[in-house]
Design a protein around this ligand. Structure first.
Ligand code: UD1
Length: 424
């Protein structure tokens, strides 16, 4: 298994480009299931999660062609998906277990094929993460649903528009139901909908495919079903979590960076906190510049659905607080077990106390390098940030988590001057 060897203590400096958003790309790839015509997505990130989703779609009968334009760190991939031969509406356990987002095929398959058989994703390191709301929504739209032998079965000759209310804000739940509703008979209203920018990006693409959707980006989304969708070309939005992660890496190392092909407009909560920590931030049209202070000030955060502070940035903020001046209080309200990085950060010398869903982080003068291991994607990112800020060598084990969500991480960090290399 690959590891990342980091020699810390270098202030990051320079420019690096941000990739297309993983969490926008995954539902967008599934949107291709809704039509017989080709869907082309550009700015697709080169990530293991994307490869897993493509594998899942191919075994269903979707034809996939990929094209790389340019070279090096600014190369961009476009993917064309042709689901005219879709003949196997099944998502097997072997693929779903490695990536929970595979459940995003459930809505589109039910809507297009009238049936689906999708393995239940099961729990993961950060929490139980059930998909009951996805199933509840499809049932309300007239699908017969059952759970047998670890698989969700749905059957519905044609889904019917309905008023849907989810018990909590769920991102992939909203996306699944929005996609299903595009081909339903009549109007669907999703209340308590997720307002995440990735939901808006998906809605934009669906509209380009002929869907009738309004309200995406608010907590009430209305979808008027149409007979069929057609092909389209859509550019995937920049990855706001990758952007936030590099901003944190620069902040923790006292660096100054410019991130290109991204935007601050989806990152208000994160940028606000970085400014509270003492960073200077300049927003350009398609770029963000950050200059860190001599020493960061501790900043408290509380995670909540968009537009509040994202849970996917919580671990990275815990990392920057370990070297800040003062004590930060970090509250995690989305996932019940998302502090797994704390014990690893403590191995680097961090001062962190956990009480239920709250962590108290008191900054120390300097972290010291050590061998650490992460259990999920964003936790791994927090260890990389801490390793960059630490004195000496940090070895981050099991970086396959990072490869699921950060495109060419070691090359991008090296471009910013970090001393980092992958060891096999
Ligand atoms: C998405 C993101 C993930 C992010 C999360 C929260 C993708 C591919 N992943 O995950 O990176 O951390 O949003 O911003 O976009 N829940 C239920 N029942 C359901 C659905 C959700 O109880 O049917 C609970 C979950 O366990 C969790 C909360 O609702 O506690 C929010 O989860 P949700 O928004 O659904 O997360 P994902 O869409 O899986």
């Amino acid at each position: 298994m690959d590891k990342l060897l980091i020699e810390g203590g270098v202030a990051l400096a320079g420019e690096v480009s941000i990739s297309g958003a993983k969490n926008a790309a995954l539902p967008l790839l599934c949107a291709a299931l809704l039509t017989r015509e080709p869907l082309t997505l550009t700015n697709v990130p080169d990530l293991n999660d994307i490869a897993t989703m493509l594998k899942l779609l191919v075994q269903m009968g979707v034809k996939v062609t990929q094209e790389k334009v340019g070279a090096g760190l600014t190369a961009q991939t476009s993917v064309t998906l042709d689901a005219s031969g879709l003949d196997n509406p099944v998502a097997p356990y072997e693929l779903v277990k490695t990536m929970r987002a595979s459940v995003l095929v459930l809505g589109p398959l039910t809507a297009r094929c009238g049936e689906a058989r999708v393995s239940l994703p099961g729990g993961c390191a950060i929490g139980a993460r059930p998909v009951d709301q996805h199933i509840k929504g499809l049932t309300a739209m007239g699908a017969e649903t059952s759970v047998e032998q670890g698989y969700v079965h749905t059957r519905a000759p044609r889904l019917k528009g309905a008023r849907l209310f989810t018990d909590m804000v769920t991102v992939t739940g909203t996306e699944n139901l929005m996609m299903a509703a595009c081909l339903a008979d009549g109007e669907t209203v999703i209340e308590n909908a997720a307002r995440e920018p990735e939901v808006v990006d998906l809605a934009k693409c669906l509209v380009a495919m002929g869907a009738n959707i309004s309200g995406a980006g608010t907590d009430v989304i209305r979808i008027r079903g149409v007979e069929r969708l057609h092909g389209a070309t859509h550019r995937i939005m920049p990855d706001r979590i990758e952007t936030g992660t590099y901003l944190c890496a620069a902040a923790a190392t006292g660096g100054a960076v410019r991130l290109t092909q991204t935007s601050g407009s989806y990152l208000d909560a994160v940028i606000d906190k970085l400014m509270d920590a003492g960073c200077e931030i300049v927003l350009e049209r398609d770029a963000i510049r950050l200059k860190a202070p001599q020493r960061l000030k501790a900043v408290s955060i509380r995670t909540a659905p968009y537009p509040a502070f994202p849970t996917d940035m919580q671990a990275q903020f815990m990392a920057i607080n370990t070297v800040a001046e003062g004590t930060a209080v970090i509250r995690e309200t989305i996932f019940e077990n998302r502090f797994m990085h704390a014990v690893e950060l403590i191995r680097l010398g961090a001062d962190i106390k956990i009480d239920g869903n709250t962590a108290f982080v008191t900054g120390v003068g300097r972290l010291e390098g050590a061998t650490v291991m992460a259990t999920d994607l964003r936790a791994s990112a927090s260890l990389v940030i801490a390793g960059l800020a630490a004195r000496g060598e940090t070895l981050v084990e099991r970086i396959y988590h990072l490869d699921r969500g950060y495109e060419h991480i070691e090359t991008k960090l090296a471009a910013l001057g970090a001393r980092v290399r992958r060891v096999k």
